[in-house]
Design a protein around this ligand. Structure first.
Ligand code: AKG
Ligand code: FE2
Length: 327
């Protein structure tokens, strides 16, 4: 990524970052302490009730919130952050050894595009559940129906990379399931309503590296998009750069980094399950000319065979299904 402006990275004028930044007072900060003192049978006492209300209203109003006191051990997070830094600092040739390709969707990738404009970043993807369960195809001979592979490609360097990734994944996955229960309660459902969808989950973790960029006014680290999964649990470093589209007026709002917190955002699947009660919200990432930025999203995703459709319990004559099942 040299000093010349490479037009592949240049955003259309209306999508370029503005020089003034609005820092969100707005996106709610939610303290998860109440669930850390609970066991399953007491999940419904009053501190949980308040927490559930906070989560429900954050999902409705913003589609985004931050959580603290989440019980993901800080040392596990620091270990994967360090491993990610060391991996991205390797030479390109070394990283290309684990590059994703047309068949295997996991591994390193340096040429991601969002809405046809190249993102100023490099990434590494791995799946949380290994091996990923792939349902047998109905039409195995159909040439259109390419069978993708979902095999984690672990680099040899740094040596601790795989273990750091797997240990972190386990912890953040536990947090995701707790949040899923709280989201279920906030929709008036039983806490484990969604659990069965994740037996053969396809959740993945992405390591994002946004290098410092010589023309941050023209490019984006990641163009505007919505997350396609259930929801995302994102660890961002202290650089800042994530912006969220405020539902009330469409303004881009910067999400302030808070030490040892996670950012949670509603994805497309909750939007469908909840029949639009909660909406998936656009977000994007700014780059800057001085500092690299690292982030680690965990994308909670169900089994590949899941039919995602509005949940029957939430529908009635006044709230008919907006979506047909999507598989
Ligand atoms: O880097 C970030 O803060 C956000 C990343 C993101 O939105 C994504 O990878 O989908
Ligand atoms: Fe995203």
């Amino acid at each position: 990524m040299g000093e010349e402006v490479d037009t592949a990275f240049v955003q259309a004028p209306e999508h370029r970052p503005k020089s003034s930044v609005i820092v969100a007072e707005g996106i709610p900060l939610i303290d998860l302490s109440p669930i850390n003192y609970q066991n399953e049978d007491t999940l419904l006492d009053s501190s949980i009730e308040n927490l559930v209300k906070e989560i429900g209203s954050a999902c409705k109003k913003w589609g985004f919130f931050q959580v603290i006191n989440h019980k993901v051990p800080l040392d596990k997070r620091e270990r994967i952050e360090e491993a990610a830094k060391k991996f991205f600092a390797l030479g390109l040739e070394e990283k290309l050894k684990v590059r994703r390709d047309a068949v295997n969707v996991l591994g390193y990738f340096e040429a991601e595009h969002t809405k046809n404009v190249r993102d100023w970043k490099e990434i590494y993807d791995f799946n949380v559940q290994e091996p990923t369960f792939i349902p047998p195809s109905d039409e195995p001979d159909d040439e259109e129906n390419v069978q993708f592979q979902w095999d984690n490609r672990w680099p040899q360097n740094p040596p601790e990379f795989k273990e750091a990734c797997q240990e972190y994944a386990q912890e953040v996955e536990k947090l995701a399931y707790k949040l899923m229960e709280l989201v279920a309660l906030s929709l008036g459902l039983v806490p484990n309503r969604f659990r069965g969808y994740f037996t053969h989950n396809t959740s993945n973790i992405r390591l994002n590296h946004y290098p410092a960029c010589p023309y941050p006014h023209l490019a984006l680290g990641l163009g505007r998009h919505k997350d396609t999964g259930v929801f995302t649990v994102l660890a961002q470093d202290d650089t800042g750069g994530l912006e969220v589209r405020r539902k009330s007026d469409g303004e881009w709002i910067r999400v302030k980094p808070i030490f040892n917190s996670f950012i949670i955002n509603v994805g497309d699947m909750i939007q469908v399950w909840s029949n639009d009660a909660y909406e998936s919200v656009e977000h994007r990432v700014m780059v800057n000319s001085e500092k690299d930025r690292f982030s680690i999203p965990f994308f909670l995703k169900p089994a590949l065979y899941t039919d995602v459709k509005p949940l029957e319990e939430l529908l009635d004559d006044r709230n008919p299904p907006i979506y047909r099942p999507v598989n």
